[in-house]
Structure formats: C-alpha cells, structure tokens
Design a protein. Sequence first.
Length: 306
Amino acid sequence: MVLLRKLEELKKLLVTKEKMKLAVVSAEEENVLIAVDDAFNNGLIIPILIGDIEKISLYASKLLIDISKYQIISANSFEESAKIAVTMVNEGRADFLIKGLLDTSILLKQVLNKDYGLISGKQLSHVMIYEMPNYNKLLFLTDGGMVTYPSLSQKKDLILNAVEVARAIGYEEIKVACLAAKEKINPKMPATVDAGQLKEMYLNKQFENGVIVEGPISLDLAISKESADIKKYNSPVAGDADVLLVPNIEMGNGIGKSISLFGNGLNAGVIMGATSPIVLVSRSDSYESKYYSILLGAIVSQYNRK
C-alpha cells in the first residue's frame, strides 16, 4: 500500500538518525499507549508519558507494556498534563506532541499560550493523508478537523502547511485542488471566489516552485481523470490532485470520514503551524492510523530540524 510503503521507507531514515522525543499528553489512553510503545520498539521515537501515573500504570499492566523504560511525569489534571508537555517542547526537552485522553481544546489552549506555548505566527491547521484502494496516489486533505470557515488568507496558510507535510515525505511537485461545487466563479458562492483568487496567487508566483494550484474545481474533477475527460476540463491537477483544500470543516470532515468508512482508507494526520507538529488522533481512529500518525509526526519534526 502506498502510505505504508512511503512511510516505511522514511522510517528507515528515522531509525538511523537521532530519535525524536514524543511528549504523550494525558497518556492514560489504551490505544495511544499501544501505538506509542510499538513506535518505540521499532526504533522510531523516545516517548515521554505525562498524566495520571496510577492510571497509566494500570493500562500498561493490562496491555503488557513495560513502561519502566520510559520517562513518566505525573500530572494531576488534563490542563497540567498539556502545560507540562507544551513547555517541554518549548524548551527543547521534547520534539513533538501527541494527544492522549484529553479534549483537543484543552491541549490547543496550552499550545497557544503566549508565555510558554508553541506559537510560530502561522495558522494552525490539520493535515490528513489518506490512502485509498481506488486512487493511484496519496491524498492530502485540509482542513477537516480544526479550521471551521477559513478566510482567503487562512486558506493560503492551509495550503502552505499541507505543502510542508508533503515536502517532509519527499514530494517535489504538489498539485493542489481548491474544492467548490462548480468550476466557474460565482459571486453567490464564496468558495468559488476564494478558489479563483488562490489560483491567481499561484499564477502570480505567490507559491513556491513545484506547487500547482487549481480552482475552483469540483471533487470529481480533482481526483477522476475520466470525469475530467468527459467534461473536457483541462488542468495538470485534474484527476491527479495531491492536496484537497476544502472551503469549510463540514466538507473536509465529510470527505475524510467517507474515505475512512466507505472507501476503506488508511490515514495519518498532524496539526501544522505550531513550532512543532502535533499528532491529533481520535479515539475512534484505528491502531494503524495512530501508529502512522506518530511516524508522520516524527518525520515532519525531523524535517523541520533541517
């Protein structure tokens, strides 16, 4: 499978370099513990477990995980766990984060703290990578989990964050589809207007070399060459998109869950825009998604060190 193969290739590079330290925020979560332990045993990361030590130990014992080999830091609340983890990354004692049991909002509040947070001046956004049996390449999706109704400037930042992830896993040319319901600009449909302006930015060389931006473009034209041929839609992105930029969280959430539930897609995802990547997984995500999200976070973290 493409995602597995691509990330496994990059895993070999991780194993031969300095291991990235992963701060596990509120580590008292079974599936995250399993994925983190496997990532450590495969030589990918050095975990730092933060949270309720009694519960972490209980789950580890149940799962037959030996946590004596890990640094464990006690925290009396989700807020304290998040603060400790964010501060460690801020001070260089950890390289990136993964969300455990706590709510995303609690973690992000600490990430955005002005005194010890991970503020970079960039827009935070969620980037997912999907592998599907019926698409010939990996598909990046942004943003279906964080930015609700992005402005035009935020949409440009979302593209830049997705491009950074793609660069980290070796992409040189990146084709971006700015999705809308139709291909013609309609003032009554803001998604088409923004997509057209993003394409203008691309034509005016406001994106780095190797990034191609198309829009407005519908989903079928972005990923189906057959649809593009039938509709006589000519673009280097048509039927061959790498990145899907969605106009709002509803579309992104719907596309992402459809890929997972109907399309048997495998995924990995990170939050970008902070000073380090943040691995954000749902409790309903599969083990594979959690494991490969950790691997992706480590790859991006190592890439950012260059």
